[in-house]
Design a protein around this ligand. Structure first.
Ligand SMILES: [Mn+2]
Length: 359
């Protein structure tokens, strides 16, 4: 297990690399640049980001959010140009030591929550929260409109109100698309990029749908065990791997998260892990908890043991944390609770590792 941390870059993130470096056991980042889907990540941008990370004594072997252009997911004729751009980005990242790229293949929306800072009555902390009831009969366009009126309300990342017209067009293009068509488009994408990955030693790691069920009638193909079996068979290569996000998967009580990790870990297809806990509050209603097992509904011991026993070389990061100790910042991505999460996960790892060796 290589413990890492998500960092948005010095221009975007209030957290300093020097602070991340002080978290015990932190080896490096799952880094990212602020780039639009479909754009080439230029060498000079990558070099500047990674040089800064290295100067702080941290590694940067994983890059996240190399977003797939919507035309690829839609299977439009323009997809070939965007697949070529993606190949160039893979090559550019590999030149600077990147070994894993985290991405997703979710139509239109990345993650969705109905409250970004739900306050807990018993301790005053706040965290991301979802209640399907709060969506009511609203569709995505109404949610974006609502966001414009009340910035503390719903959030659809990447879909700012000024892009409303574009969102409307994109949603129309998805009308009637089946999961099978989306999978076929996914296969075309993988067939286009996996040979490049193999050539330069990069593994693709797909992130699950979050929350782990279909939303707004859009096809979603990455939120259950059988979905991942399908995905890894689209192109049978270790370069076609998974980033198992326990909080995303765990939002759906039908998912046995440790069993999913074990199954794909044994197959050598878990390149990295996002580890966090969720507390279920009802049907399709949950809040993000601290990492501690007893604070939520996931068995974190069993999850870390599955990583330890089946994919010990996976890169891991504590995923979203709560906001505690009056910290303010990007929802889910404060310093304190994620640092506590990393320490806890490292503790679980040490206990599992040493007890397995009879120490
Ligand atoms: Mn995640």
């Amino acid at each position: 297990m290589k413990m890492t941390f998500r960092w948005f870059g010095s221009a975007q993130d209030t957290i300093k690399l020097s602070q991340i470096k002080q978290i015990p056991g932190m080896t490096g980042l799952m880094g990212l640049l602020d780039k639009a889907a479909g754009d080439i990540w230029r060498e000079d941008e990558i070099k500047a980001y990674i040089d800064e990370v290295h100067a702080a004594g941290l590694e940067c072997e994983v890059i996240e959010s190399v977003n797939v252009h919507e035309d690829i997911k839609l299977g439009l004729p323009t997809r070939d140009k965007y697949i070529e751009n993606y190949r160039i980005t893979i090559r550019n990242l590999a030149k600077y030591g990147v070994k894993v790229i985290v991405y997703n293949f979710m139509p239109v929306f990345d993650w969705l929550r109905t409250d970004l800072a739900r306050i807990r009555d018993d301790d005053g902390s706040n965290s991301l929260y979802f209640d399907e009831k709060d969506l009511g009969t609203m569709g995505p366009l109404e949610i974006v409109r609502k966001t414009a009126q009340d910035s503390k309300g719903f959030s659809l990342p990447g879909w700012e109100p000024e892009r409303l017209a574009q969102l409307e067009t994109t949603l129309k293009l998805y009308e009637g698309m089946t999961a099978e068509t989306l999978l076929a488009n996914y296969k075309y994408f993988l067939q286009g990029i996996v040979p490049t990955c193999e050539e330069v030693g990069v593994r693709m790691a797909v992130h699950p749908d979050d929350p782990a069920w279909p939303i707004f009638g859009l096809p979603r193909i990455a939120h259950a065990e059988e979905h991942f079996a399908k995905i890894i068979s689209l192109v049978d290569s270790p370069a076609n791997s998974l980033c198992l996000c326990t909080g995303s998967l765990g939002s759906n009580t039908a998912n046995d998260v440790p069993a999913i990790v074990s199954r794909f870990g044994k197959l050598g297809r878990v390149a990295c892990m996002h580890i966090r806990n969720v507390k279920h509050l009802g049907y399709r209603k949950f809040r993000e908890a601290s990492h501690l097992s007893s604070d939520g509904d996931l068995n974190m011991y069993a999850i870390v043991k599955a990583v330890h026993d089946t994919c010990p070389d996976a890169y891991v990061r504590p995923d979203h944390g709560r906001m505690i100790w009056n910290e303010t910042g990007r929802p889910g991505y404060g310093l304190y609770d994620r640092a506590l999460g990393a320490a806890y996960l490292n503790g679980l790892w040490e206990a599992i590792d040493k007890s397995g060796k009879g120490e």
